[in-house]
Design a protein around this ligand. Structure first.
Ligand code: MG
Length: 364
């Protein structure tokens, strides 16, 4: 089998909130680059990437330029292709940026092809640990909402059957520590004691601020506190992790695999979160999962549950899947949720098919 073509397309996907219908800003869109890779025996693998922001045009070109180097290669020889792409660009202009983002789209498409060729769903190719995984609602309980909006949104999520959900602190407008604490308390009040509640800081606190506010809310019983300070301040994170009883999660902002070694050796976090796009795709995500397992650490996913469900289900130390619905509108069908668990698809590869009408409507 050989790769015969690969075409990247830029889309703008509406930033709505299908889970609790509390959109932050009506009409805003998120730029995404999708990739269709085809083989000489008629298989099409799909991949995608984002985080290009104002450089999304450059990201699409990067995907096209790297994908052109895969033409004629055997798509089952994924590590060989990754090595070729690194030698052609990543060793010099990367890693830690647009190279990893572009590589991710290609690597995801290669794994989709492998699954379709072998007629197996991706999670079984990657390890096959279980066929359903816990998931948590994400993206609805944002810091920009008022307390009462956050409570209402949380109740909607409970009504929809979610048993885990994530909110945010580091509220806008220079709040006092007491105001920060109030937000997680009112959300906890709205959902009761038995729902798992996570809280994301998105790197907005100083380590000492995280220790101060984090210690005031230990009784809220957060399942984890996420990205409490600058992502590569491994020692600062370690101080917070050592000081708080609440588990600390982090890692989604790191690129490639090597920074995770630093993070784990420094005992920076209790829960490793890996973004598949910044990691460089499925291949690298699974390597980090294995590294985390050796450090006796659970691993969690970041965004794109429709793809990450496979990776978390494949890893014995996979904890839960972030149900962030950013990209769901791209596909004809996405994995179902039953009793708070995501059900793994039995279709080959990613088990996803682009909704061509949606792709057409989002194409810029
Ligand atoms: Mg986060």
């Amino acid at each position: 089998m050989k790769i015969t073509s690969a075409v990247a397309t830029t889309l703008a996907i509406p930033e709505d909130d299908p889970l609790a219908n509390m959109p932050e800003e009506v009409g805003r869109t998120r730029p995404v680059v999708i990739l269709r890779m085809r083989t000489d025996n008629g298989i099409e693998g799909i991949g995608l990437t984002f985080y290009g922001g104002a450089m999304t045009g450059s990201l699409r070109v990067a995907v096209d330029e790297l994908a052109a180097l895969t033409i004629g290669e055997d798509p089952l020889m994924i590590e060989r292709i990754v090595r070729k792409l690194r030698a052609a660009a990543g060793d010099n202009c990367g890693p830690g940026g647009i190279f990893d983002l572009a590589l991710a789209a290609i690597d995801i498409a290669l794994w989709d092809i492998k699954g379709k060729f072998l007629n197996q769903p991706l999670y079984k190719l990657l390890g096959g640990y279980r066929d359903k995984v816990p998931t948590y609602a994400s993206g609805s309980l944002r810091r920009g909402l008022s307390d009462s909006q956050a409570q209402r949104a949380a109740q909607i999520l409970v009504q929809k059957g979610f048993t885990e959900m994530k909110t945010q602190m580091a509220l806008p407008g220079n709040p006092t520590p007491a105001e920060e604490c109030r937000r997680v308390r009112v959300v906890r009040e709205a959902i009761g004691p038995d729902i798992k509640l996570m809280c994301d800081i998105n790197q907005r606190w100083r380590p000492e601020q995280a220790i101060d506010i984090g210690s005031r809310i230990e009784d809220v019983g957060l399942f984890w506190l996420e990205d409490v300070t600058t992502a590569n301040d491994y020692q600062g994170l370690a101080r917070v992790t050592a000081a708080l009883k609440t588990p600390i999660a982090g890692g989604e902002y790191l690129y490639g695999i090597a920074p995770f070694r630093q993070m784990m050796e420094a005992h920076s976090v209790d829960i490793i979160m890996v973004d598949i796009i910044r990691a460089g795709g499925v291949t690298q995500w699974m390597k980090i999962a294995g590294m985390a397992e050796a450090f006796n650490l659970p691993i969690v996913s970041h965004v794109m549950p429709e793809i990450l469900v496979h990776l978390v289900a494949a890893a014995p130390n996979g904890l839960t899947v972030e149900y962030m619905p950013w990209m769901l509108a791209l596909y004809e069908e996405t994995p179902a949720i039953e009793n708070g668990m995501l059900i793994l698809p039995d279709k080959p590869g990613l088990g996803l098919t682009f909704d061509e009408a949606a792709v057409k409507a989002f194409t810029v």
